[in-house]
Design a protein around this ligand. Structure first.
Ligand code: SAM
Length: 215
């Protein structure tokens, strides 16, 4: 257990703080989420490495730095609610659950959603609602959200997601082609939107009505 905690601290120091993320709330949330439980036992030794890892069904758990950066860009307050599109392993949802009041997380692949749901329940996260479906259209029935995070690559920013942000709300989304994207943050303002570009990245496809067609 000590080794695992040391590996997690090294990950935070060398991959996250070293790349400029100093947001204490985010760092603390990451320190408290046992990333190794979100990967297959056979990948235990790699759980804290500086890269994404396979989680089955052709999908991945994101690189730790990418999860940290996206979380930081959401700027979530304790009383806020967030929508995550792409539950995957549930790792990102667990980080978000430590930072805000409620997390809604959508996954299109039922077995991944069920596995993530079971794990989060087992390790004690009670403020997450799991939904199976096409998250590219968001989840209007719980809108407006303070933040929306899309953990899959989209061909463009779906306007329908911006419409589900409250005024001042943040959408964090990788946008580009199927091989490489730019991480973008869209802030909803009274006059429209503010669009910011961050780092280059590579995510699995956002598949759905406002994303890509399945191959
Ligand atoms: N956030 C995840 C984690 O912490 O493990 C990593 C997500 S993985 C990079 C992207 C996920 O998005 C995949 O599990 C994929 O099935 C899902 N996905 C792709 N298109 C989707 C859509 N339209 N709606 C919901 N989930 C989608």
């Amino acid at each position: 257990m000590k080794d695992i905690e040391a590996a997690r601290q090294r990950m935070i120091d060398r991959q996250i703080i070293a790349r400029g993320i100093r947001d204490n709330r985010v760092l603390e949330a990451i320190r408290e989420v046992p990333r190794h439980l979100f990967v297959d036992e056979s990948l235990l030794d790699e759980a804290y490495d500086d890269n994404p890892l396979p989680i089955g069904e052709g999908q991945t758990i994101s690189q730790p730095y990418m999860a940290a950066l996206m979380t930081h860009l959401l700027e979530l307050g304790e009383d806020q609610q967030v929508l995550e599109i792409g539950t995957g392993s549930g790792y990102q949802a667990a980080i978000l659950a430590r930072l805000c009041r409620w997390v809604y997380t959508i996954e299109r692949i039922k077995v991944l959603s069920e596995k993530a749901h079971d794990l989060l329940e087992r390790i004690g996260y009670a403020n997450v609602t799991f939904i199976v479906g096409d998250g590219s259209a968001g989840w209007p029935s719980h809108a407006p959200y303070d933040g929306i995070i899309v953990t899959a690559g989209a061909p463009k920013v779906p306007e329908i997601l911006v419409d589900q942000l409250r005024m001042g709300g943040r959408l964090v989304i990788p946008v580009g082609d199927r091989f490489s994207q730019t991480l973008k943050r869209v802030i909803r303002t009274r006059t429209g939107i503010k669009l910011e570009n961050y780092t280059g990245c590579r995510f699995v496809d956002l598949i759905g009505k406002h994303g890509w067609t399945a191959l």
